[in-house]
Structure formats: C-alpha cells, structure tokens
Ligand binder design. Structure first.
Ligand SMILES: NC(=O)c1ccc[n+]([C@@H]2O[C@H](COP(=O)([O-])OP(=O)(O)OC[C@H]3O[C@@H](n4cnc5c(N)ncnc54)[C@H](OP(=O)(O)O)[C@@H]3O)[C@@H](O)[C@H]2O)c1
Length: 264
C-alpha cells in the first residue's frame, strides 16, 4: 500500500534511539523529509547517519534539544519549520519519566515529569500548528503508554501525567479537525528498547530477581509472548500520518500484543 507520504515534512521528537528512532526510520523509508531530535549532539547525529544509510533517504536532519527546556523547544520548532518549510506530521515522543511509586517521588520529580510528559507537547503544538493550519493539512500523533488504561505500580508519573496528554490530544482533535488536521495517540505496551532494560533493572533492585528474569516476567501477560519493536510502532504512526487514515481523529490506539485485557 502506498501511503503517499513522499515529501511530507515530519518532526519526530526524542528520536536518537528506541521508539522515536524506529518511527523516524519508518517515516524516512516512506519518503518523508524527517527532522529528529534528542539532547545528545553526537547521538542524534549518529542516529541521522544510520537512518540515511539504512533507508537511502538523504532528507534527514538532526537537531539537539532538551524537551524539558522551553527555550530549546522554541528553538527546535523554529529551526525545523525553517529547514523543512513547515511541519506536516508531528510524531510527539519524549524521554522516559523517572520510575517510582508515589512515596519515592519528590516535588521536583513531579515538576520535571510534568514538563517531560505534558508541557513540551503544549509548547510544540503551539508552535507547529500554525504551519499546519496554513497548509490546511496536518497530522499530530502522540506517543503515550498503556499506563493510560492500566497504571503500572512503579511508574506513577506516567500513570498520572500522561492522562493529561490524552486530554490534550482529544481537545486538539476537536478544535482542529475542521481544519484538515487530525490528532491521535498511540498507547504502546512493552517495546524492546533501552527503557525496558532500565525498568527491568529497577524491578531487579526492588525484588532481587535477575534482570534477565525481570525482562521475561514483563511478558507473562502479553498474549503474543514477545516484546514489540520500535519499527512496529513506526508502521502505525506512518499509517495514522497518511491520507489512508483521514477519518481517524481523536483516537487513542493500543499497540501492546494484547496486554490490556479490557474489551473497550
Ligand atoms: N519502551 C517501552 O516499552 C515503552 C512503553 C510505554 C511507554 N514508553 C515511553 O515511550 C517513550 C520512549 O521510550 P523508549 O523506550 O524509546 O526510550 P529510550 O530507548 O530510552 O529512548 C529515549 C529517547 O528520548 C531521548 N530523550 C530523553 N530525554 C530527553 C529530553 N529531555 N529531551 C529530548 N530527548 C530526550 C533520548 O535521547 P537523549 O538521551 O540523547 O536525549 C532517546 O533518544 C518514553 O516516554 C517511554 O516512557 C516506552
């Protein structure tokens, strides 16, 4: 199926590795002009080189930005709009929040978590929507988590703050749907990235089971019996970003191998 994404300008945030990298690679292989970003200058440049090498698409641009710093997000949005002539597709991804129970987290953790998992989406949407409105076409895809449906005990920041991101996603779908802009979210389950290893290490510290056993234990409730890949998330983003998905708006779509048991 030709998704018709060739030449579309895409910004994929938090994308030097993991899920963001997988999304950027799939969009580049579909012919998008892709801007990627993360905090580390070397790592984001290496990621760019790898995407160019593996997809043969030379229209990939690397930016360094800390998504928890408003001035970085402003600069990122300005430079990407300048470089790509606007942004047609925003694949919003962010860094992982600090793990912890409510008792583990202090007020500074909550402040930081709110910037990392919510406020940067507000800052980005404010700066990027005008270029979508000018073109009367746009795609917002928010990468969230299954914690929206089912809290995870030691991920209280994710359980709490990401629900506000879902509210933002739905509100934008309502406000901008009539302007040719769709807004949808993705709730991924266990995707094999460094983050999963960090979570397994945290479980291992708390329960004293070996990290590899904690990695396997995470899959006990996944009917497909395996981790998902960052590219599998990327294929879903590519579909939502395409005109083939033009009647999907305001949806929050799970990609979790069947992890969440709720029927609706
Ligand atoms: N993997 C999963 O199974 C899973 C499941 C549910 C939800 N999630 C969520 O999905 C998101 C991506 O997870 P992942 O597994 O892909 O994580 P990952 O492999 O650790 O990659 C995180 C990416 O975010 C970047 N990053 C981190 N903090 C940043 C910041 N402040 N500003 C800009 N970039 C930043 C990192 O690059 P730099 O370090 O260079 O900045 C890296 O490119 C996270 O929010 C995670 O909590 C993941």
């Amino acid at each position: 199926m030709d998704l018709g994404l060739k030449g579309k300008a895409a910004l994929v945030t938090a994308s030097s590795k993991g899920i963001g990298f997988g999304i950027a690679k799939v969009l580049a292989s579909e012919g998008c002009n892709v801007a990627i970003c993360s905090r580390g200058t070397d790592s984001i440049n290496r990621a760019k080189d790898q995407i160019v090498r593996e997809t043969g698409n030379g229209e990939v641009y690397a930016f360094s930005a800390d998504l928890t710093a408003k001035e970085d997000v402003d600069r990122l949005a300005k430079n990407v709009v300048k470089k790509l002539g606007g942004v047609d597709i925003l694949a919003y991804n962010t860094g992982p929040p600090k793990p912890g129970t409510f008792s583990d987290l202090n007020e500074a953790d909550w402040d930081f978590g709110a910037k990392l998992l919510l406020m940067n989406a507000v800052w980005l949407a404010k700066r990027i929507l005008p270029s979508m409105e000018r073109k009367k076409w746009g795609r917002l895809v928010f990468i969230t988590s299954t914690t929206l449906r089912q809290p995870i005990p030691n991920l209280v920041l994710s359980n709490t703050v990401r629900l506000s991101l879902a509210g933002l996603c739905k509100s934008l779908a309502t406000e901008f749907g009539g302007k040719g802009i769709t807004s949808n979210g993705i709730m991924q389950g266990h995707i094999l990235t460094d983050r999963q290893r960090e979570i397994a290490e945290d479980v291992s510290r708390r329960t004293r089971i070996p990290v590899d056993d904690a990695m396997k234990q995470a899959l006990v409730d996944v009917p497909l019996g395996r981790y998902g890949t960052p590219e599998e998330v990327g294929y879903l983003v590519a579909f939502l970003a395409s005109d083939k998905a033009s009647y999907i708006n305001g949806a929050m779509i799970p990609i979790d191998g069947g992890l969440i048991r709720a029927t609706l």
